[in-house]
Design a protein around this ligand. Structure first.
Ligand SMILES: NC(=O)c1ccc[n+]([C@@H]2O[C@H](COP(=O)([O-])OP(=O)(O)OC[C@H]3O[C@@H](n4cnc5c(N)ncnc54)[C@H](OP(=O)(O)O)[C@@H]3O)[C@@H](O)[C@H]2O)c1
Length: 294
């Protein structure tokens, strides 16, 4: 039987509605949550993501600022912008859109963001706090969104074997950390795969829940998935398609049609994890404003 589709767009819309009263209550107290997004260069995918984040803020009643810097920006100039935002009282959350041009050291930039404004959750202080289950930590938006999606779709994580493909600092690794926490959306037994994993199909087939974040178009085929598994596809890849208006279409890391015949539930691309990522960024910004106002 074909899998149920987990509709990330709908879950994200529901969650944004739930956030509204919190934003209104903060605004009524004179604290309009504020997000700054810094974009360096003109990477087309980054430009799209930044635009989407700004639009989502506007719709939610969150103040937002977009700071565009040229591709040849020097590291100290970017650090100067971060320092300014760190002390700007209108801004409760900020993020620097990745990837950065090669002349800029990503680690130094991520470390410079004030941890209390680090709504991407990439500063080591938040990484550490999140790993320890501290609720004041900002959890990285994509894995946080995946966790919320599982909870709100009624997928039991407790006691389940979750296999994650990908060990990046922004998706795979924090995903493992969240799923192993005690509490709702946690208590899973987690395996993390990466490019050195041997016989990867044998490992992915063990997952009651399979979360894929590789950046490899349609890598996961039907025979790599356990019958009845829940499959979450984080990947977003552009593949050439002459029939498409822009000359390309977006596909995930999972071969959707094949895997949907094996899985019990699956997320589409687009319309799965993407909208959840943006929603959790809004949640983190509101959390930052609440913590600032407390
Ligand atoms: N929807 C969203 O909101 C959202 C958010 C973030 C990212 N994404 C998408 O998610 C995907 C992953 O992003 P990322 O930033 O985590 O990517 P990344 O930093 O490039 O990491 C990719 C991971 O996949 C692993 N990998 C690559 N090829 C593999 C293979 N053949 N077998 C097993 N593992 C393999 C890599 O292993 P090694 O560590 O060994 O190299 C690495 O750990 C991308 O398509 C990205 O666009 C989507």
């Amino acid at each position: 039987m074909p899998a149920e589709i987990i509709d990330g767009k709908r879950i994200a819309q529901d969650m944004q509605q739930e956030l509204r009263p919190q934003i209104e209550a903060l605004t009524a107290r004179g604290v309009t949550p504020g997000l700054a997004v810094v974009l360096v260069g003109d990477n087309p995918a980054s430009q799209v993501y930044v635009r989407m984040k700004g639009r989502a803020c506007e719709e939610a009643g969150i103040y937002s600022e977009q700071i565009n810097l040229p591709a040849d920006t020097r590291e100290h100039e970017l650090l100067g912008v971060i320092d300014r935002l760190n002390t700007d009282p209108k801004i409760h959350g900020m993020l620097v859109q990745l990837p950065l041009p090669e002349q800029i050291n990503e680690m130094r930039v991520l470390h410079r963001v004030n941890p209390s404004k680090d709504v991407d959750g990439f500063h080591p202080e938040n990484v550490g706090k999140a790993a320890m289950g501290d609720p004041t930590a900002f959890r990285p938006a994509t894995p946080y969104g995946v966790q919320q999606m599982l909870v709100r779709s009624g997928v039991e994580t407790s006691g389940a074997h979750a296999v994650i493909v990908g060990r990046s600092n922004i998706v795979g690794r924090p995903m493992a950390s969240l799923l192993t926490q005690k509490g709702e959306g946690g208590n899973a037994t987690v395996t993390v795969c990466h490019s050195r994993t041997r016989n990867i199909g044998e490992v992915t087939r063990l997952g009651d829940i399979l979360i894929v974040a590789m950046g490899k178009p349609e890598f996961i085929r039907g025979d790599m998935v356990r019958e009845g598994a829940v499959v979450i596809d984080v990947g977003v890849n552009r593949v050439d398609d002459k029939r498409a208006k822009q000359g390309y279409r977006l596909v995930g890391d999972v071969a959707f049609d094949e895997v949907a015949q094996v899985a019990s539930a699956i997320t589409p691309v687009p319309g799965g994890v993407g909208p959840m990522t943006i929603t959790m960024l809004l949640y983190n910004t509101v959390q930052a404003a609440r913590q600032w106002a407390a």
